[in-house]
Structures are given as C-alpha cells and as structure tokens.
Design a protein around this ligand. Sequence first.
Ligand SMILES: C[S@@+](CC[C@H](N)C(=O)[O-])C[C@H]1O[C@@H](n2cnc3c(N)ncnc32)[C@H](O)[C@@H]1O
Length: 202
Amino acid sequence: MINVIGIGPGEIGLITEKGKKIIKESHVLIGGSRNLASFEDFKGEKLEIKNNLKEIITYIKENKEKKISILASGDPSIYGIGKYLTENLGKEKIQIIPGISAMQYLFSRIKMDMNDLYITSSHGKNPDIDYLLSHKKVAMVTDNLLGPKELAKEILKRNLKKQMVVGENLSYEKERITMGSPKDILEIEKYDMNVVVIYDEG
Ligand SMILES: C[S@@+](CC[C@H](N)C(=O)[O-])C[C@H]1O[C@@H](n2cnc3c(N)ncnc32)[C@H](O)[C@@H]1O
C-alpha cells in the first residue's frame, strides 16, 4: 500500500498522529523540498518531487516491497497530489491520510465559516473570473501568475463590492494575514505563498 499523507499547512504540530506514525514506519519518503524539510530526522531514503512525477511513479511501481509515503502539503485531495497518484497508481493501491488544508487553517484563523464556499485554484489553469466572482464566498490556492493583486484588479474592473483576505506562509513563523478591500490588497508590494478568500461585502 502506498501512503499519501497530508501534512497540513506547514507547522509540524498540525500533522495528524496517524500521519506521523505511518511516516515513522516508512522506508521511503517522497515529497517536495518544503514538505521533506519538515522531516529532517527521517532516517530512510528520501526522494524529492521536482519536475519528475513520471520517474516517481516508475520508482513506486518498481519498489513495491518498500513502505512508501508520499507527503502532500495541506490535504492531498484539495488541489494536491492525491488526484494524480490515484489516476496513475490506481485507487486500490493507495491510502490517503487527510491533513488540514491551508484553506481550512486560514478560515480558522479569521474565524469565518466555510459553509457554501467555492474552492478553486489558479495553478496551471486560467480560471473563468466572472464565474469565480459570481460566488458569495471563494477560497483560492494561487500561483505566481494569478494571485491576490491580479484578483483585486479583476474585482475593481467589475466594480464589485467584495472584501478580500490573503493568508501568506500560513502556520509558519512568518505568517501574515491581510484583510481589506481590493484597493487595500493592492497596496502591498509583494505576496509570498498564499491562499486568497474573496467574499461579498455586507
Ligand atoms: C498545490 S496547492 C496545494 C494545496 C494543499 N493541498 C492544501 O490543501 O493546502 C499549493 C498552494 O497551496 C497554498 N498553500 C499551501 N500551503 C500554504 C501555506 N502554508 N500558506 C499559504 N498558502 C499555502 C498556496 O496557494 C500554494 O501555492
């Protein structure tokens, strides 16, 4: 069985006990550099995910005798590696251990409910902005091309009454949460790794 473990937004205390136990018992840990860095003490083999997902799949298929854990940030099923692994290894071959998504973490920090939330991502796609902004409450994991400032500009262009929240480096020491109007969001020069929430004013 291949384990896909959601390790939460970053702070090691936010990973589940079950996830920690499986990682400890594993022969091989596979993950992006940020996720592997959280397990410096791990004694087994480590494989870094870069632009090598095909090679990773081949490695997993050729090393069936090893206990392998693949680390995913947040929750593997929310714009994470869970989908790719399920499609490429088969549902019956993997076990997914959920984690706290960066989105869930941000909503807890700002004490806002996630009811009726539209969840989306800008990673590797060109979202339909009109459709996105038609929702009362949206949470988006972002990439470098479409982030807080681009979204703020799209809201202003349409003259919509929306408020925004940007949660950067969530759960890390350098965490920053900025709340305000799209104009306020545009005043900050640069945003680091972030989740954006957009909601209707009033
Ligand atoms: C490929 S998605 C993975 C999302 C993840 N599966 C989850 O549930 O949080 C990566 C994006 O998640 C967001 N993200 C993940 N961890 C974060 C953190 N600690 N602080 C802010 N954003 C984070 C960023 O938008 C980042 O570009």
